[in-house]
Ligand binder design. Structure first.
Ligand code: WQD
Length: 336
């Protein structure tokens, strides 16, 4: 998804991925969609030698850093894995970038860093506090980036705080294919829709929300990808301004929300799925999930003001595009 958006924006890309939670088939499909092979190198972000080889062979403008594990439950069960992969991996990447004077980074952060918000909508100055190791490691990386920016003012470090990404590429060729049991609400809805689960368990119907179920800011992955292009374009523009004015004004550490600014409840999402697919999702209420927050949605003003970006796609688009992906690929990327 991101590769398509970057290609359409005119960027040349190199994809580096250990495929621990993705598939090479996704790369094949991106190549098919953009009409040319994607340069792909299989490797681990913790492998400094492998990274050094790649940085020596290319002249990179910047890095978009997606390489991180993202399952809340797994982070509780295996905290060391999240320190090692998400934190040590990032440190290795930053050290190699520094060694090769590549100082532009767009980091895949998360609205999870906000924890349970004191007020809504959540803007970038809202208090950060996390209730699970996954979110805490995202915050750890943000602290690393903040400290790095203070220590060396040549860094340009944008942390994009995703709210709840859902959806799939409109072609139906690219979508989420969780290697293990699904993590997020939309994945569960689709597992019920294709008959892999017999009903959706809804965690709590006693939240202080429109209908008692949890409220989230669901954002289409296509909008999310465009947000990354806008962030890279912003860094590119800053670099050009510096070049023209012979100055070295750096961006430093810059957190930006990527959300729609609208909240949608669990039941509203289930209803939107029915409208789009004609398929009712059987569900059963149960207790609220430990650590769950009732309501979280973004203030997206900063992204609009600074990056000239705002989400365009609707909940129905997210349902339609995921349904198309799921229907065309009931077994995900497993094409055997
Ligand atoms: C959304 C709502 C649940 C599943 C996410 C990701 C996490 C991280 C942070 C990226 C909540 C309810 C869910 C189900 C349900 N992602 N729900 N039944 O809680 O915002 O956390 O954002 O950084 O990986 O999980 O999203 O999709 O888990 O839950 O009722 O089977 O849906 O209670 O209200 P959440 P979610």
């Amino acid at each position: 998804m991101q590769c398509n958006a970057l290609h359409e924006a005119g960027y040349d890309i190199v994809v580096y991925d250990n495929l621990s939670n993705s598939s090479h088939e996704a790369i094949n499909r991106v190549s098919m969609l953009i009409g040319q092979p994607v340069e792909f190198i299989k490797g681990d972000i913790r492998d400094a030698e492998s990274l050094k080889k790649i940085f020596s062979a290319h002249h990179f403008f910047g890095v978009i850093h997606f390489a991180g594990l993202k399952a809340v439950g797994e982070s509780v069960a295996k905290p060391l894995l999240y320190y090692n992969n998400n934190v040590s991996g990032t440190i290795t990447l930053l050290e190699v970038m520094k060694e090769h004077s590549v100082k532009n980074l767009v980091f895949s952060s998360s609205a999870t860093v906000y924890g349970d918000p004191e007020s809504l909508p959540i803007d970038e100055s809202s208090k950060r506090s996390c209730t699970n190791p996954y979110g805490q490691r995202k915050l750890t990386v943000e602290h690393i980036l903040e400290d790095l920016a203070v220590s060396d003012d040549s860094w340009n470090l944008i942390a994009l705080r995703y709210f709840n990404p859902v959806g799939a590429h409109p072609s139906g060729e690219i979508g989420e294919d969780p290697n293990d049991i699904p993590n997020n609400l939309m994945s569960y809805i689709f597992q019920v829709a294709v008959g892999k689960l017999d009903k959706l368990i809804i965690f709590g119907n006693d939240c202080p929300t429109v209908d008692g179920t949890g409220v989230r800011d669901f954002i289409h992955v296509t909008d999310l990808a465009q947000g990354h292009v806008a962030a890279l374009n912003y860094l590119d523009k800053q670099a050009s301004l510096n070049e023209d004015s012979m100055t070295q004004n750096s961006v430093g550490f810059l957190p930006i929300n990527l959300g729609t600014g609208k909240g949608t409840s669990v039941l509203e999402l289930v209803s939107a799925f029915l409208d789009v697919s004609g398929q009712a999702i059987p569900y059963q209420f149960t207790d609220r999930r430990a650590g769950d927050i009732a309501s979280r949605y973004a203030s997206a003003d900063k992204a609009k003001t600074l990056l000239g970006w705002q989400a365009e796609l609707l909940i129905t688009d997210m349902c339609q595009d995921t349904w198309r992906w799921q229907s065309m690929n009931p077994n995900g990327y497993n094409v055997s």
